[in-house]
Ligand binder design. Structure first.
Ligand code: SAH
Ligand code: SF4
Ligand code: F3S
Length: 437
């Protein structure tokens, strides 16, 4: 039982892809004796899986790395490692900035995490490896994944991105698109179902360009047929290649939820062009019309960026009009963050912080009133909820989600996590629905 009972504190930032990678790395580290702990002081290994999509994400990690310096001094055997997108982007720079780090492992080397940790256990030395950004995780990894939660889980279907939106760092830190084989994906879904998961979300930066020997629509339809998958979701879809076949598949699907996260990013053609999104506002509106005609009750969510270089008051007003016209169920709104190495970082007419913040607030106010109105329309309706469990603050209150991915709070009867139940909506708020008796 060599080296058993070691503790791993795993901290994950960023998107669902990072969550999935963290669970995979936790599985690999479990094989060499590390069990997860919440207690940082008890940890033998602290691994931070990082994001660099916006400067704020990186600032958080730098703060965290700094705070662990004192702990390293107290516990010289503590291993402190950085993985993920910021590790990929910064590489050895991280070690220069924080010499108390033991290792920096890029996104292409996550399958090597256990080997790297073992080598550091044997001989204390620094490891920096950001090679093979275009590699795929070892297919074997998936079988040992330590999945968090108990109801809903992620299954990556592809890695990387080829789109090079001019603001975005992801293609640089995640490499080119490559797809997993359908058999591998189906096997992972079956395993997750066998572990008790009811809801599967298929993940990729742009799932519609899946190319593992079948189309994404065919893959989705295949997963829909796997026994035990009670709800099926996917993200993210790029508007440029969301196909008619996919819309039809969602409409006909049994377990495929009526929700599409379809990031538009902006509502003016001038800015969309500069962002290299390769669709126009009119294209997007046509797509929304097609989706809504084919899938009744579909919920649409989006991502929006304000403060992109060159954004004028007129562009911004167009965007407000655009979101009023579409009526998204919800939107994630971001302030443009300059990422060095991306084209937009060198574009002229960068927007000042005060303007960015003012526009963000205005955008959020408009969208919030739309979200509230959409949710209010559900008052009195009975919706199907997948029960997630007791709320953190009150164990008589349970939480779950509708098929449209809206959060529902309701009074707990004898439901259990993983049950599909019908809840009557008594009251709607901007971000959630409250169920009645
Ligand atoms: N592949 C997905 C997710 C990318 S990252 C997609 O294309 O939608 C998630 C979101 O972060 C993006 O949709 C975008 O809205 C936002 N984002 C990316 N780069 C950004 C930047 N430099 N500044 C602000 N927001 C950014
Ligand atoms: Fe970034 Fe665009 Fe790729 Fe999404 S599609 S990850 S926003 S480059
Ligand atoms: Fe995800 Fe952030 Fe990387 S959004 S892909 S973790 S840069």
């Amino acid at each position: 039982m060599r080296g058993m009972n070691k503790k791993l504190k795993l901290i994950t930032y960023g998107c669902q892809m990072n969550v999935a990678d963290s669970e995979r790395m936790a599985g690999l580290l479990a094989q060499i004796g590390y069990t997860l702990t919440d207690d940082t002081d008890a940890a033998d290994l602290i691994l931070i899986n990082t994001c660099c999509v916006r400067a704020t994400a990186e600032d958080k990690v730098f703060g965290q790395i700094g705070r662990f310096k004192a702990l390293k001094l107290q516990k010289p055997n503590l291993i402190l490692g950085i993985a993920g997108c910021m590790a990929q982007k910064e590489g050895a720079n991280l070690l220069k900035r924080a010499p108390h780090l033991d290792f920096v492992l890029g996104t292409g080397q996550s399958s090597e995490v256990a080997r790297v940790v073992q080598s550091i256990e044997r001989e204390r030395r620094h490891v920096v490896d950001t090679s093979n950004v275009d590699s795929q995780p070892n297919p074997q990894d998936a079988t040992s994944r330590c999945r968090g939660g108990n109801v809903s889980t992620f299954v990556p279907i592809m890695y990387g991105c080829n789109n090079f939106c001019t603001y975005c760092i992801v293609p640089y830190v995640r490499g080119r698109e490559r797809s997993r084989q359908p058999d591998e994906i189906f096997a992972e879904v079956k395993q997750a179902v066998a572990e008790g998961f009811k809801e599967i979300t298929l993940l990729g930066q742009n799932v519609n360009s899946y190319s593992g020997g079948m189309s994404f629509a065919e893959l989705l339809s295949g997963v829909d047929k796997i026994a035990g998958v009670e709800r099926l979701r996917f993200m993210t879809s790029h508007p440029k290649d969301l196909s008619d076949a996919l819309i039809a598949t969602i409409a006909e699907g049994v377990h495929i939820c009526e929700h599409i996260h379809l990031p538009v990013q902006y509502g003016s053609d001038k800015i969309l062009k500069r962002m290299n999104r390769v669709y126009t506002v009119a294209d997007y509106l046509r797509l929304v019309e097609k989706i809504r005609a084919a899938i009744p009750n579909v919920s649409l969510t989006t991502d929006l960026i304000v403060g992109f270089p060159g954004e004028t008051d007129e562009d911004f007003a167009e965007t407000l009009n655009f979101i009023r016209a579409v009526e998204f169920d919800a939107a994630f709104t971001f302030i443009y963050s300059k990422r060095s190495g991306t084209p937009a970082a060198t574009f002229p007419a960068q927007i000042d912080d005060a303007t960015k913040h003012r526009r963000l607030e205005e955008l959020m106010a408009v969208q919030n009133s739309i979200s509230l109105a959409k949710n209010r329309a559900l008052e009195g309706a009975t919706v199907e909820v997948l029960v997630e469990g007791a709320s953190k603050t009150d164990e008589t209150i349970y939480t779950g989600r509708t098929r449209s991915n809206k959060l529902v709070l309701f009074t707990h009867g004898d439901e259990r996590a993983g049950d599909l139940i019908n809840v009557k909506i008594a009251q709607a708020q901007t971000w959630l629905l409250k169920g009645g008796a």
